[in-house]
Design a protein around this ligand. Structure first.
Ligand code: PLP
Length: 363
């Protein structure tokens, strides 16, 4: 025992539950639990990391100028000074919360939001308020109904994880106009590339439309760099300056910098992954619906079939695990009757569909 006591809100914080790994697998594991890129990293990023490895005894450039310029060029952002980079986009969630919310404040999210928003709110002593979704989709009216004088940040993943649903750009703009100016609107675009370049440009433009909007992005999904831990945000000038005050001076490592520059400068790899994803997402949704596992339209790189009951979903999870196939249980997101299945390689997608066909034939 020790007399050293954490702050009360730290003790209240429930740690994030990751997708996990499959222990004791009999053969090759089909990993469809964490929305990773089935093609791995871009070969150009691997080569860039190899080269950068020889210089890891030298601290990275603390301004991350080259990486920010590469992101700006790829994303059509004029002022690279308004881009911040981070160790995964999780760090952006934490740093924004740290900057703007504390005890007595509220963070706003929707019913089935990505769980790091609540983790971060609680860890900083703020309350996390969730408003209902309709048909698994966030809506402006419900969100506005949840705003109070204490609301500091609205976190909205669009497309959302784990539902895969999204609000239209028009609806986002209407929400943005109706939000009171004291609320920071954070559009989490972790899956934006799967929607396409027009959508990426549209959410970038929303940041320029009003001084209270931030867009955050990640290299963990379509870029296939989840373990490199690299995220970024496009921020209004004043918010960018506030963010820089508390960012660790070397929060992104040099291997991630090299990989990020190579990957974001190669739109062909991103387009190839997006095309594969779109094709297989449709195939998987159709196949799952044909098995009477109701699967809504998804705009991301995963799908969420409904097994009708929490027991049947848990049984399907265990059945797949027994075949060395790992998918994500999402009861913790208020979706106990569904499982989240990432769109993987052709082989992995076929394996999970074949296994679920066997499961549904027997139960
Ligand atoms: C909606 C959303 N935002 C942010 C993240 C964080 O990703 P990372 O910290 O790997 O950039 C994830 C990861 O799953 C996510 O689904």
């Amino acid at each position: 025992m020790t007399d050293i006591r954490p702050l009360p809100h730290i003790l209240k914080t429930k740690p994030y539950v990751p997708g996990g790994k499959l222990a004791g697998a009999k053969g090759p594991v089909v990993m469809l639990a964490s929305n990773e890129n089935p093609f791995g990293p871009n070969p150009l990023a691997i080569e860039a990391m190899r080269e950068a490895a020889t210089s890891v005894h030298v601290y990275p450039d603390p301004t991350y100028g080259a990486l920010r310029e590469a992101i700006a060029a790829a994303a059509g952002i004029k002022d690279a000074n308004r881009i911040a980079v981070s160790s995964g986009s999780d760090e952006i969630i934490h740093l924004l919360t740290q900057c703007y919310a504390g005890p007595g404040d509220e963070i706003l999210q929707t019913e089935h939001a990505f769980s790091m928003y609540a983790v971060s709110a609680t860890a900083h002593g703020a309350a996390c308020i969730s408003v209902p979704e309709t048909d698994l989709t966030a809506g402006a009216n419900a969100i506005l109904g949840g705003v109070s004088e204490h609301t500091k940040i609205l976190f909205l993943a669009n497309p959302n994880n784990p539902t895969g649903t999204m609000m239209s750009v028009e609806a986002l703009a209407q929400l943005q106009d109706a939000l009171p100016p004291h609320v920071l609107f954070v559009i989490d675009g972790a899956y934006a590339e799967y929607v396409g370049p027009d959508y990426e440009a549209a959410i970038r433009d929303l940041v320029d439309r009003r001084a209270n909007t931030v867009m955050m992005r990640t290299f963990s999904k379509i870029h296939g760099l989840a373990a490199a831990r690299l995220g970024w945000a496009y921020l209004p000038q004043e918010i960018a300056e506030t963010f820089q005050r508390i960012r660790g001076p070397f929060n992104v490592n040099s291997l991630a910098v090299a990989a990020g520059i190579a990957s974001i400068s190669d739109p062909a790899f991103i387009a190839m992954t997006r095309d594969h994803n779109s094709l297989w997402r449709t195939t998987m949704i159709d196949a799952l619906n044909a098995m009477s596992l109701d699967t809504p339209v998804s705009h991301a790189n995963f799908v969420i079939p409904d097994f009708g009951s929490a027991e049947r979903a848990a049984a399907a999870h265990a059945f797949l695990k027994d075949r060395d196939i790992l998918v994500r249980a999402i009861a913790g997101y208020g979706l106990p009757t569904r499982l989240r299945i990432s769109v993987g390689s052709e082989e992995d997608n076929e394996a999970v569909l074949a296994a679920l066909k066997d499961f549904t034939a027997s139960r």
